[in-house]
Design a protein around this ligand. Structure first.
Ligand code: NAD
Length: 514
């Protein structure tokens, strides 16, 4: 049964699995209710998949890949398809933004920006597709034609988180389709709505059945098959470090290609000569946009001692003014945490920091109302700043993934770099200074996948994104983001085959002797 193209029906039918070109129910018929973290209202009823559903989706993806139905489409035409996806996403922007805002609790304003960014990613990979047809290698022999071709890696499992649900999926779907792969997407169980709508767009635009598949449900149920199955050639995961380790271990059994985009504990380094107002403002953005539920959040402020007091005082003043609210609250500046369980985890990090000797400057608790606004029904946490933090405290080392900012101080450039690099992660960081030489030196010395100078958070579809250290393996976006979904194959053709003479033909030699 194929469902009608109606958003409401798609998100409430309980038939949200998309396998082999058809929406369908979970094997068990079970469903899950999705609620808005900002208001507690019911958002959608979606299928709760199982391992058997994952296996069905893998079989469909495998069959479509092996049939060549998508791989055989010339790469520039696959690119044209991605450009049509981008255009359709923008036509349906309001519908997608609404679904994303309701699932995550983020403001409609931010959700609309997300959909624009998603369309930009599809456009980028659409234009890139077919631009790199391979290369001819000089074999040093006029009778040899040697070339490198880039082929799709095959069937890809994509497992994604809840903070930027469709954006994180788009950074995988767009390059995978450009490369010619078939895929199974497993979105976070709390935020599946835009993934469901995405399948609708891909179907509407005529992607062959089985190339795109969707399994919704809990990671522990649908995830293991997606990570371990022998018919899956690659797992591309974005999420937490602990889950990344489980997935990498599961994938090791069949030696799959594994791409991991994990967490971060990202230093924002402020020198005394920085533009004070811009640095304060961006430190707020870095830490508190989307209530800090951003992998590259600037949750670790590293500020030069001589300005630390004034800088942190100003940050605290501004943080107290941040207006909280749900997705349709036009007055809100940032939203809720994703769930009550996540709020409890964030709070536990804050309380551990205080117990270890950090000083709470603001926040540090659930927000139940603000300026007369009732926030009780959402998972709101007050923007929180802790100073007197040292690099050994768990609050400085582990990713809280909430609206928390820790403050450490330094006296010299070398100390600033040492603190910035004193982390198991290595996703992103920033340096603020008016000294261009120092800016470049520090940016060069920080062991992180992205370093901003006098800015925080911007990323570009054409620039690689990913982590050093335990922030992950591989890169998304940019030309490397496409290469992740390709295998390089060397084709070597000898135009003038000759006997090598390496092994002597003994029978012939004996004939000659006799
Ligand atoms: P998570 O690791 O809890 O879950 C991510 C996904 O993995 C979900 O879809 C979940 O259902 C699935 N999963 C859980 N257990 C699984 C298993 N055993 N097998 C297979 N899949 C399983 O992460 P989260 O809480 O959804 O997201 C927050 C994390 O994501 C943070 O650590 C954040 O830093 C990270 N993140 C990183 C980036 C990046 O670009 N590096 C971007 C966004 C988020």
């Amino acid at each position: 049964m194929s469902l009608p193209q109606n958003t409401n029906q798609l998100l409430h039918s309980g038939s949200s699995l998309f396998i082999d070109g058809r929406f369908r129910s979970a094997d068990t018929g079970r469903t899950r209710e999705i609620t808005c973290p900002g208001t507690g209202e019911h958002v959608a009823t979606v299928s709760e998949g199982t391992g058997a559903d994952s296996e069905r989706a893998i079989a469909a993806a495998r069959a479509s890949f092996d049939s060549g139905v998508w791989t055989s489409v010339p790469a520039p035409q696959r690119g044209d398809f991605l450009l049509r996806v981008a255009a359709r996403l923008l036509e349906r922007q309001e519908e997608f933004a609404r679904a994303e805002a309701l699932d995550t609790g983020k403001r409609m304003y931010e959700a609309r920006l997300d959909i624009q960014d998603i369309a930009d990613s599809f456009s980028y990979f659409g234009k890139l597709s077919g631009q790199e047809p391979g290369r001819v290698v000089d074999a040093g022999d006029a009778n040899v034609v040697s070339r490198i071709v880039y082929e799709p890696v095959g069937v890809v499992s994509m497992i994604t988180p809840w903070n930027y649900p469709l954006l994180q999926a788009a950074w995988k779907i767009a390059p995978a389709l450009a490369a010619g792969c078939s895929f199974i997407l497993k979105p976070a169980e709390l935020t599946p709505s835009t993934a469901i709508l995405m399948m609708d767009v891909l179907q509407e635009l005529g992607l062959p059945a089985g190339v795109a598949n969707l399994v919704t449900g809990a990671g522990s149920a649908v995830g293991p098959a997606l990570s371990a199955h022998r018919d899956v050639d690659m797992v591309s995961f974005t999420g937490g470090l602990a889950t990344g380790r489980v997935i990498a271990a599961a994938a090791a059994g069949t030696v799959k290609k594994v791409a991991l985009e994990l967490g971060g504990k990202n230093p924002n380094v402020i020198f005394a000569d920085a533009d004070f107002d811009a640095a304060v403002d961006n430190a707020l953005n870095g830490a508190f946009v989307h209530s800090g539920q951003v992998c590259s959040a600037g949750a670790r402020l590293v500020v030069e001692e001589s300005i630390a007091e004034a800088f942190v005082d100003e940050l605290v003043r501004r943080a107290r003014l941040i207006r909280l609210g749900g997705p349709f609250d036009e007055n809100a500046e940032t939203g809720p945490l994703i769930s009550a369980a996540h709020l409890a985890k964030v709070d536990a990090y804050v309380q551990a920091g205080i117990a270890e000797g950090a000083r709470l400057r603001c926040g540090g608790r659930k927000a139940t109302n603000q300026d007369g606004k009732d926030l009780e029904s959402g998972h709101f946490y007050l923007p929180t700043i802790l100073d007197r933090v040292t690099g050994t405290m768990s609050v400085a080392r582990e990713e809280a993934f909430g609206p928390t900012l820790t403050v450490e101080t330094f006296r010299t450039e070398a100390q600033a770099v040492a603190i910035g690099n004193d982390t198991d992660y290595g996703l992103a960081g920033a340096v603020w200074t008016r000294d261009a030489g120092r800016a470049q030196r520090v940016a060069g010395a920080l062991r992180h996948g992205t370093v901003w100078i006098n800015d925080f958070h911007p990323y570009l579809p054409q620039a690689e994104w990913g982590g050093f250290g335990q922030s992950g393996v591989g890169r998304e976006l940019g030309p490397t983001g496409l290469a992740e979904y390709q295998e390089a194959k060397h084709i070597y053709q000898n135009l003038d085959p000759q006997v090598t003479g390496w092994f002597e033909d003994q029978a012939q030699a004996q004939d000659k002797d006799s």
